[in-house]
Design a protein around this ligand. Structure first.
Ligand code: IPM
Ligand code: MG
Length: 365
């Protein structure tokens, strides 16, 4: 298997966590005789400082000519006063639009070992396994017009979707549901917004082609509550861009830490892979970051861009095993160090790598 991966590590903890994800991928390549080539380019605040723009042209071109892009995180406090189109986040939105992936998959599952980290009772989250499918290229994030008229004291963003934009992401969500527990929950605000009424009508049209999948619709406000009360009732959750952004962070409560959540964006020219967590500037460069989100994101590269399902599963089970053995980064230990071994970013990466290697050797024996 040959794969050219562009790594845009970005800001804050991005370089540390993507470094560990790349190391795991290199281990997989060595074990299986695969040819994975890695290149690095700047994005976000790092690119603003060095190139004067959050998405330099050579980063964009390198991304477009790669097989997959692995992104760390963007953002930093020093950029907080810049207008939206000059901020590090603008680089991320631009690369998302250019690569064209509109279906952002954000799996959130409960790790038994991390149940103590969740404010939810263990019997509520035990066994929860939700796949969010967040539409990534439409809605308020990209809708025109948008403006902030400082003199008039008035700002405007536009929530807009076309039927085709909803249908294409719904198709992907239904297909994914067919390979899971065949239940799809579509989240909208159809009691108030026309955009949501279009969303709901379109999801129902697409649903007609998937009679084996059960569909339900939830309003986003109620869904925010249901996710915390009964997360196990949900399988695939399909929603628009901003609602998906909010609900996927909320779902970190199910997993026990935002640092555990991976994501894959598919459906476009080149798939884009990024952990859900941000750049966490307060802990950057200290070896405190949790590389699991990035490492589990590497598993998604293998699954969705390389067709290496066994290897993807090996990473996921290695992550579980390492937790079972009591290894934690500080965000996962949360000061409860009894019986646990707290590891640095690099040590955790090495632990997962070692375990992946054992698993693959066991399979090939
Ligand atoms: C995410 C992030 C981004 C988003 C930011 C950094 C622009 O919160 O991927 O969830 O809002 O999409
Ligand atoms: Mg977010």
């Amino acid at each position: 298997m040959k794969l050219r991966i562009l790594v845009t590590a970005g800001d804050g903890i991005g370089p540390e966590v993507t470094g560990e994800a790349v190391a795991v991928l290199k281990e997989i390549a060595t074990q299986g005789g695969h040819d994975f080539a890695f290149a690095e380019k700047r994005i976000g605040g790092d690119a603003i400082v060095q190139d004067g723009t959050p998405l330099p042209e050579d980063t964009l071109q390198a991304a477009l000519s790669s097989d997959a892009v692995l992104l760390g995180a963007v953002g930093g406090n020093e950029f907080n006063s810049l207008p939206p189109d000059k901020r590090p986040e603008a680089g991320l939105l631009k690369i998302r639009a250019a690569l064209g992936g509109f279906a952002n998959l954000r799996p959130a599952f409960a790790f038994k070992e991390l149940a103590v980290n969740s404010p939810l009772r263990p019997e509520i989250i035990d066994g929860a396994d939700v796949l969010f499918v967040r539409e990534l290229l439409g809605g308020l994030y990209f809708g025109q017009p948008r403006s902030w008229d400082k003199v008039a004291g008035r700002a405007l963003n536009t929530m807009v979707y076309t039927r085709d934009e909803v249908a294409r992401v719904a198709h992907i969500a239904f297909q994914l549901a067919q390979h899971r527990r065949r239940k799809l929950t579509s989240v909208d605000k159809a009691n108030v917004l026309e955009v949501s009424q279009l969303w709901r009508a379109t999801v129902n049209e697409v649903a007609a082609g998937f009679p084996d999948v059960t569909v339900e619709h939830q309003y986003v406000d109620a869904m925010a509550m249901h996710l915390m009360n009964r997360p196990r009732d949900f399988d695939v959750v399909l929603t628009e861009n901003l609602f998906g952004d909010i609900l996927s962070d909320e779902s970190a409560v199910i997993t026990g830490s935002l640092g555990m959540l991976p994501s894959a964006t598919i459906g476009g020219k080149v798939n884009l892979y990024e952990p859900v967590h941000g750049s966490a500037p307060d802990i950057a460069g200290k070896g405190l970051a949790n590389p699991m989100g990035a490492i589990l994101t590497a598993a998604l590269i293998l699954r969705h861009s390389a067709g290496l399902e066994a290897e993807a599963a090996a990473i996921e089970s290695a992550a579980r095993k390492v937790l079972e053995q009591g290894f934690r980064t500080p965000d996962l230990a949360r000061g409860n160090t009894q019986g646990l071994t707290v590891l640095s970013t690099k040590e955790m990466g090495a632990k997962v790598r070692e375990t992946v290697k054992e698993q693959l050797l066991a399979v090939s024996r």
